[in-house]
Design a protein around this ligand. Sequence first.
Ligand code: NAD
Length: 484
Amino acid sequence: MKYPILTNFIGGEAIKADGQYLDIYAPQTGEIISKVPLSTSIELDQAVQAARQAFPGWAALTIKERVQIFYRYRSLLAKHKLELSALVVEENGKTMDEAIAEVDKSIEITEFACSLPQLVAGEVEEVSQDVECRYDRKPVGVIASITPFNFPNMVPHWTLPNAIALGNAMILKPSEQTPLSANRIGELLQEAGLPDGVFNIVHGAQAVVEGICDHPGIDAISFVGSTKVAKTVYRRGSASYKRVLALGGAKNYLIVLPDAHEDMTATNIAVSMSGCCGQRCMAAATMIAVGELDSIINKLCEEARKIIPGQNLGAVISQAAKERIEGYINEAEQQGAKILVDGRGATVAGKENGFYVGPTVIDFVTPEMRIAREEVFGPVLTIIRADSVDEALKIENASVYGNAAGVFTQSGGLAKYVTERVSAGMVGVNIGVPVPREPFSFGGWNESKFGVGDITGKSSIEFWTKLKKTTVKWNPEARTNWMS
Ligand code: NAD
């Protein structure tokens, strides 16, 4: 046990919090592996002071100097990839392959941050005789990032390298369910040479999040989590005049047309619905089957049956999550849906206390059922039958969410018709998990995101910087004009 009791990380030091602690469970075994402090406004305030103190010195460096830290940090992430991935497996319950993919994505984002000096060079133009205007991008200040349980290594990196390389000082509030990775990230940033106080961690739950929203020493917040909390953070953070970007939950629809390639569609959708045990905001939640698609559905079920808990399928985050997911399946069955593959009651030999749900495929779900509308966040695929593309689009468009959507077809024209009309920020054609790769940015629409711009890629530059416009005239002979 590397972290028997977690500490906060403030001003470059591991600091033990007073007060209450919460037990951390390893989802694959159900064992308690650590304790996380439920910090209060006192610890948060210490972190804000440390970040405020570090900010001016860090912001004063050139961006080329700042990214040197991230070149070194990128090497450390690569060097410790297996160790970091094992930590993700331990606290989150996903498989080792999935955890490695998660850390690989953190590396990719860090590489993007190293390219920022090329992207944020200012602009200058002579706007009238001997008068120049220039743009400079300045950091926003002290920023906070609040993250969910499902990607304990990657989601902190959605904010960390870009925001810090652009000159901000940061406070991370990781999920209280998966807080271990954060501390190791802090250690590696320190080893890479990041000055003390530029990156801080305050562990905790609702009280710390509310404190972040209200604290006058914090200038901006990025949040990733459920829509319910995203709305609260967006409203409360904005009420105290902060910039807020809050990514919420998801319900992703994949529209399958009769000409879809059978094997590719079946395997892609099976992987999309079950990867990370369905606990990812890009997972396929619902397949809308347009027309007669029984042979694809049969093949999909065959693929789903090859996904075995404890082998190529991890655990869900908690006993409560397992019960919630199985509750949705029970309700759908009672309402007349047909369970084609049933993952309820899954257990793994030798890990009987783990939180396992097997892959589940449910056919003849109707759009009105709760399982069709709400986020289940487990390895569950519902199938809704539709008679036409327009009916499928109507079902997709009616969702309150809008993170991802996809279409499976071999017709370019039909693919274009669907991608133009789905109401989602990230859209796939013959791809089950259409995550944009750097330099493209990540972010959904509708109730899957509140705020302007996306959280990663080029789009994040706008959020993490303020634009300064300077107009300069040095030549005393320069003419005055109507603007002077
Ligand atoms: P969550 O909303 O429960 O928790 C997210 C963060 O908010 C955590 O740090 C938690 O401590 C805090 N929090 C929880 N309840 C709170 C409350 N009442 N008041 C203030 N803060 C609170 O989310 P989760 O269960 O950790 O993660 C799963 C959710 O995250 C899913 O809905 C998933 O779709 C979403 N998610 C979205 C994206 C995206 O890109 N849109 C990415 C990953 C996860």
